[in-house]
Design a protein. Sequence first.
Length: 367
Amino acid sequence: MKKLRLATVFSGIGAPEQALNKMNIPYDIVFACDNGERELQLTKEEIIEEANKKEKDINDYVKELYNNLKKINYVKKSYMANYDITEEKWYEDIRFIDGKKYKDQVDLLVGGSPCQSFSIIGKRAGLDDARGTLFYEFARLINEIQPNFFIYENVLGMLTHDNGNTWKHIKEIFESLNYEINVNILNSKDYGIPQNRSRLFVVGFKNNNVNYREPDKIKLTTKMKDYLEEDINPKHYLGQKGFEFVTNPKYKNRARVNQDIIQTQKANQQFNWNGDFVFEPLAKVKNNEKIMNRAYVGNWNGQIGVIRQLTYRECLNLMGFEKAFKIVVPNVPAYRQIGNSIVVNVLEAILESAFNAMRGVEWKKLD
């Protein structure tokens, strides 16, 4: 049985891998790449020049530079703990991946580019911002690797940035790659997850005769409460300051409690989980001494109770991740990684449509 050959950049915690696992599609990871939100101060050209002077392999030298930052790549830590990949297949920086090395060796390339450059509350510098130009690196890899198909994801702010000129330019670059381009705006609440998160997806096919259709919407049959855990660590419960902030009508657009469909923030997806909270009546927690010693008991909508954050696992559940996903990093990076991910169910829907479009595809579902 032929396995799908998968490569990802800005790999995060592996949403494409999760989708393929859930679909029972066997795959091999060709490479993955993520700098874990660490940045080098040197330019690409300066790094190449220094590597040549020191007569070092460019990617070995890049790893050395990132190690010298003395900052942990928590994304890599999460990825390595959950997927079958060797150190040799992991890249720290997309700018130094030689795509020609992988020409015709990748079936599916998945990635995005850091959304900060295009997000509604970002610097509004777009393609002039150093992070924005990483889009060109993604396009370069498509051109050099020539994958059978690719999926590119980003926030909707890209479409309106600079009065639409940014997206016009990016779309032109995609179209210049001689791939059949399909542009979809998909919301996770339309694909089985009670989360209001719309994202831009570009799906490109090397074969220009592919008849790809936007994935059919699925009726939502679950609510946020269906994804919640029973045994909650007391650290997730709010004190008085947090409780009063969350329940203050003045901040209702920033904090939502007990929503059937959670409303992740639209502007900067790194902080999606800061806005959704769970109210629990006092009767449910009053016998738990650890919770009562930490939580502030207050009034919300005429009820007495406590308020807590969503747990890491609940956030993963609401992103469509499998229960087997291991959480191996601390509090802040865990929430950031989950919030930065793609919703797995949306990727499943895209992949299903892509496989149906590529008739005669050789990757088969496992029985």
